[in-house]
Design a protein around this ligand. Structure first.
Ligand code: CA
Length: 449
């Protein structure tokens, strides 16, 4: 990219702040190298700028990390379809992260140190990073800005467990786990990062069936590629992760799916966009521009007519590097579970709306569930709940989401009026009332608190 091109782009960004719409033709302006992924941005479609006077972002770039699972789709699409550019952020980099641990380390150093400003996170990672719990006691304050998706995760089991009736409900199946325990090798289940969604989903599933995840099973962190290999050779019993990995295990013939997280908790919160507080505080307009781009991408992703194209884009080597067909089926709500099939779009990954309303809006009541569940398993001290409101208020910036939604012209009906989605119900009949998290903890038989 030459300086001339750079100046021209800056000029266009500035020039489009007038009421007159201009056209960004990224292909003509040179494609900036993507320093983190080492790839080159592909030319986006011509995008009409929607930057209004007074909303011009302070910067045109941000570096947002992603993990190659369907949760990343809104970030990839905002980049690829030019929605970041449309709101004055043409130079945003979506940067492939080698692992959740790498993402955490990269956000700790920030983009100034060659890392990332923020990006895609499992919950409650932004809280654990803000509090220094997973960053060697170095507090790196983060803001949760929007939810990226609901659903899109599952629990895969190794083929050796086929025919044992292990599905969504494990009631009456304790013998499978007890036999393994008696033989000296407990049921072994993996996730790719501890104390976050995947860990919490598999723990919920086991405990709902009367299986204590800490004493009747062995849960451990394993990179997804290693887990697939271990499943194939029978060394691993289960694997909790995001699409397309659970589905891929079935299509590769190395396992089957016990449950989709969408079956465990319909319309459950999944992954989020969170960015370093210092970046957001310094770039409030750019933050809203990013949010507007993501919101538009989420609406695009949610249209099932776009999902073939979504699969094609995500399958590319620079993004997920997987066969397109293992992405398309889950995106369409079609899951070959191995022992049964699911064909239900309401259980597919959803990005903008689900049957409970907004997906994109980050409900504080969901953050409270993640903190409560962390207390349940002893990941966070019990007094976390006493101080939860102040903690959530300091990290969850649903107020910025609302401002961005209004600027983007989102219909008032699609902007939640309460920070709580209300009482949540799980597949086993357990209820979580955000007004009384203690009652939820009291109702659970298996817990460490
Ligand atoms: Ca996930």
């Amino acid at each position: 990219m030459t300086d001339l091109n750079w100046s021209r782009r800056r000029f266009l960004v500035t020039a489009t702040t007038s009421a007159t719409a201009s056209i960004f033709l990224k292909g003509c302006l040179g494609n900036p190298p993507d320093s983190v992924t080492g790839t080159t941005s592909s030319p986006a479609a011509a995008v009409v700028s929607a930057v209004k006077a007074g909303e011009e972002p302070e910067v045109t770039t941000a570096t947002l990390g992603f993990i190659p699972i369907v949760e990343a789709a809104p970030l990839v699409i905002a980049k690829e379809k030019g929605f970041f550019a449309k709101y004055g952020m043409p130079d945003v980099e979506v940067a492939l992260q080698a692992s959740w641990g790498a993402a955490r380390d990269n956000v700790k150093v920030g983009s100034g140190g060659g890392g990332i400003d923020g990006g895609q996170w499992q919950m409650p990672m932004p809280y654990l990073i803000s509090e220094g719990i997973i960053t060697d006691n170095t507090k790196v304050p983060m803001y949760v800005l929007c939810q990226l998706n609901t659903h899109g995760n599952g629990i895969a089991l190794a083929n050796k467990h086929k025919g044992k009736g292990l599905g969504l409900n494990l009631q009456g199946k304790a013998n499978v786990f007890n036999q393994l325990k008696a033989s000296g090798t407990r049921f072994k289940a993996a996730y790719t990062f501890p104390r976050a969604n995947q860990d919490l989903w598999i723990r919920y599933w086991l405990a709902a069936g009367g299986i204590d995840p800490d004493t009747d099973a062995e849960l451990l962190t394993v990179p997804s590629s290693q887990t697939v290999a271990d499943m194939k050779r029978g060394a691993m019993d289960a694997f909790s992760t995001g699409d397309p990995w659970p589905y891929r295990i079935v299509s590769d013939g190395s396992g089957f799916l016990a449950a989709l997280t969408a079956e465990m908790w319909k319309d459950h919160p999944e992954e989020y966009l969170a960015i370093r507080k210092d970046w957001v505080d310094k770039n409030p307009k750019a933050t809203k521009a990013l949010l507007k781009g993501v919101m538009e991408a989420q609406q695009w992703c949610d249209d099932f007519n776009n999902r073939q194209e979504l699969a094609t884009i995500l399958a590319q080597r620079k993004y997920f590097s997987v066969p397109e067909n293992v992405l398309l089926n889950p995106l369409m709500g079609k899951y070959n579970m191995g022992e049964r099939t699911i064909d239900d779009r309401s259980l597919a990954p959803l990005y903008w709306k689900d049957s409970k309303g907004s997906v994109s809006y980050p409900y504080k009541s969901h953050d409270l569930w993640f903190l409560t569940e962390s207390v349940r398993w002893g990941f966070l001290p019990k007094d976390t709940l006493t101080n939860a409101k102040a903690l959530i208020d300091s990290v969850n910036r649903e107020d910025i989401w609302k401002e961005a939604a209004k600027e983007a012209g989102i219909a008032a009906a699609d902007i939640p009026t309460s920070t709580s989605r209300g009482v949540e119900e799980f597949f086993d009949g357990i209820k979580f009332d955000p007004e009384n998290p203690q009652a939820y903890l009291d109702s659970l038989k298996i817990k460490k608190v």
